[in-house]
Structures are given as structure tokens and as C-alpha cells.
Design a protein around this ligand. Structure first.
Ligand code: AMP
Length: 160
């Protein structure tokens, strides 16, 4: 990163770093670059603190109930139903908004895992709920997408 910053600064020094817009407004490339660096550093800090990736790497213990090469499922630490299991991809995808079209197969695998785990937990026939929260208003607290598989009791609607 430091080497990259140096290179980028070198490039900036090589060109005029204040460009005049048509209207006479100056665009300060150095300020734009600083803002870009800050947002990327912030993103790195948030991602390196990905709690669920630490469960994937076994840095943090969890009650794991299902695992494939791309998907992991474990019991929620604060269960909201007799069965409350979180199903996650093993790669970093912070929110539903960050999903890419090439990840649609992976997303399908999360749902297939939910159905398989529901069968194993004996809640398939009675029924269950699968939920994915997105961002603050959606109630998301851990920024690594996860399906909540909830069952073993009657669910109500609307959800809180
Ligand atoms: P959400 O609010 O949709 O982001 O859900 C995050 C869920 O992760 C909550 O239901 C938490 O109880 C659960 N959770 C947080 N930390 C852990 C952990 N270390 N092991 C298992 N579940 C966790």
C-alpha cells in the first residue's frame, strides 16, 4: 500500500495536480486521492475485523453444523428460536448490496444449505423462516452476509 501511495504521488507530481474545470472550478487531485485512500483504509479495517471470517478460519469458536468448500453454518450465539442457525459464504461479502451477478450460484448454495439443515434439524415439515438483514434499517449487525434459519416455534408476521 505504501509503495502504491508513493507511486501514485509520484504520478501526481508528474502532472499538474490542479485541473481547471470548464466553469473555472479547481479539482484538487490530491484531496480526491486523500479521500480515496481514507475510504479504502476504512474498508480494510472493517473487513479485517470480519467476525464471521474468523469463525471460518477457526480463530473464533462456533457450534458448526454444516460445512462445504464455499459455505459454513453455525448456531447463533443469541438464538431467537429453538433452532437459529446462521449460514454464511466463506468469502467476504459485507451486505446484499455488495453481491455481484457471478455470485448468484453461491447465493443459491446458501439457500440449498438452509433446506438441508432444516431437514437435519427436523423442522422442514412444520416450516421455518429464512431471513437476511441488510444495513442498519434492516437490522444488520454483522457485515458479512448471512442467512438466519429460524424454526422450532410459530413465527409471527410482521417481523419486528
Ligand atoms: P444480523 O443482525 O442479521 O447481522 O445478525 C447477526 C447475528 O450474529 C446475530 O443474531 C448474533 O446473535 C449473531 N452472532 C454474533 N456473534 C456471533 C458469534 N460469535 N457466534 C454466533 N453467532 C453470532
Amino acid at each position: 500500500m505504501t509503495a502504491f501511495v508513493k507511486d501514485f504521488r509520484g504520478d501526481l507530481n508528474g502532472i499538474e495536480n490542479k485541473i481547471t474545470h470548464g466553469s473555472g472550478v479547481f479539482i484538487d487531485l490530491e484531496s480526491i486521492f486523500s479521500a480515496w485512500c481514507f475510504s479504502h483504509m476504512l474498508k480494510e479495517i472493517v473487513l479485517s475485523d470480519d467476525l464471521f471470517l474468523k469463525i471460518v478460519s477457526r480463530e473464533i469458536p462456533a457450534d458448526i453444523v454444516y460445512e462445504t468448500s464455499s459455505v459454513l453454518a453455525f448456531r447463533d450465539i443469541n438464538p431467537q428460536a429453538p433452532v437459529h442457525i446462521l449460514i454464511i459464504p466463506k468469502i467476504r461479502i459485507p451486505t446484499i448490496n455488495d453481491l455481484r451477478s457471478q455470485q448468484s450460484e453461491l447465493l443459491g448454495k446458501l439457500f440449498l444449505a438452509a433446506a438441508e439443515i432444516a431437514r437435519d434439524e427436523g423442522i422442514s415439515k412444520d416450516g421455518y423462516r429464512v431471513v437476511m438483514n441488510c444495513n442498519e434499517a434492516g437490522g444488520q449487525m454483522v457485515y458479512h452476509i448471512h442467512l438466519h434459519l429460524l424454526g422450532g416455534r410459530q413465527m409471527t408476521w410482521p417481523p419486528g
